[in-house]
Design a protein around this ligand. Structure first.
Ligand SMILES: Cc1cc2nc3c(=O)[nH]c(=O)nc-3n(C[C@H](O)[C@H](O)[C@H](O)COP(=O)(O)O)c2cc1C
Length: 336
């Protein structure tokens, strides 16, 4: 059967995702498959399955107050399913599409224009203003990864450069990064990637021992939590302290972060020791180790330099790469 309807109010991405997630669970349990198209305030849905199950779902749909003017377009018996692999396939056309990759390559990234203002607000401790800006950009279609990669990370580096140029004290820098970090909680990460979502994977997010800049560690915490991971954080003062926390928590992965604002030259040797120490804690298990910070983002250092499995170029996308490494580690060496 196929019907069309009008959304009572245009759903946000989150509302649409929630609707589909709920619908998928139910469709799966009763053997219904199909697709849902959402565009400009209108729904078009095709559903297929055993008649009894279909009529049960159909009466729920007709009762649902999130849409109105429901009009049945066709209903007939079919030999085989069209959407046999899909509990409910969602097509969505965004009202305000984010710029295409081509557009982004062609000109300077449009988010770059906000970097200066973000730096100013962070140094002025205008957390509310920053939070509003991030929320506004998110509601006009920018996804969390893009906000992190094109706005928050460049702002952190610009702040680090201001400190290097003696335009502020290290105290100002650390405080400003803290403001940016708190405002960063307004950024949300919509996930369409099933492989990433996990209720069973766990990660320990640690600042490198002695590192006072924890912007990256904190933003990663939001990203992994949004993906359903079990997340613990650590701000250890020594390799031993980190090792103790690892041995208590036995996570699947650990991320060790240096400053996102300044390049901590000369920290490679020490970080290599930290990574080595961490691996010794869980010798029988494959612990995935990732490292990050401006030192790695700007390619002067690599994962191999410190014995890690991954060095992140950006906070954006890190969770996906870690998820792949954890899945691989588990498949090679299953844990009991
Ligand atoms: C546009 C639209 C499409 C929907 N598609 C489905 C669907 O495919 N399967 C489903 O079980 N429910 C679907 N629903 C209905 C809701 O998810 C419904 O709230 C849920 O099934 C719970 O049903 P109940 O109110 O009878 O408990 C849809 C709702 C809307 C507004």
């Amino acid at each position: 059967m196929t019907y069309q309807s009008i959304a009572s109010a245009p759903p946000t991405d989150q509302e649409l995702n929630a609707l589909v997630a709920q619908a998928r669970l139910r469709n799966q349990s009763v053997g219904v498959t199909g697709m849902l198209l959402y565009e400009d305030g209108r729904f078009l849905q095709t559903l297929e399955g055993p008649p009894a199950a279909l009529s049960q779902v159909w009466s729920s749909i007709q009762r649902d107050e999130r849409h109105e003017d429901i009009e049945l377009l066709s209903e007939h018996y079919v030999e085989a399913r069209l959407f046999s692999d899909w509990d409910l396939l969602l097509y969505r056309k965004r009202e305000q599409a984010p710029p295409s990759l081509w557009e982004r390559l062609r000109r300077r990234h449009p988010l770059n224009q906000y970097v200066k203002g973000v730096v100013r607000d962070a140094f002025d401790a205008n957390e509310a203003g920053l939070g509003e800006l991030f929320a506004r950009l998110a509601s006009s279609g920018w996804d969390g990864d893009e906000l992190v990669r094109e706005l928050i990370e460049p702002a952190a580096r610009a702040m680090g450069d201001a400190w290097l140029a003696d335009d502020c004290t290290e105290f100002d820098l650390t405080l400003g990064l803290g403001i940016l970090q708190m405002a960063g909680h307004a950024v949300r990460y919509a996930e369409d990637v099933e492989s990433l979502r996990s209720k069973t994977y766990s990660i320990l997010l640690a600042a490198a021992p002695g590192e006072g800049h924890i912007l990256g560690t904190s933003l990663l915490a939001d990203q992994f939590s949004d993906a359903g991971w079990k997340v613990e954080m650590a701000f250890p003062t020594s390799d031993e302290a980190l090792a103790n926390q690892l041995s208590a928590q036995q996570p699947d992965a650990v991320d060790i972060g240096l400053s996102d604002a300044i390049t901590r030259q000369g920290r490679i040797a020490r970080l290599r020791e930290t990574v080595k120490h961490s691996r010794l804690v869980m010798p029988d298990q494959a612990l995935v180790v990732s490292v990050g910070g401006r030192l790695f983002a700007e390619a002067s250092a690599t994962a191999e330099h410190v014995g890690a499995d991954l060095s992140r170029q950006s906070l954006a996308g890190t969770r996906l790469r870690v998820a792949e490494l954890v899945a691989h580690a588990k498949s090679v060496k299953p844990r009991e």
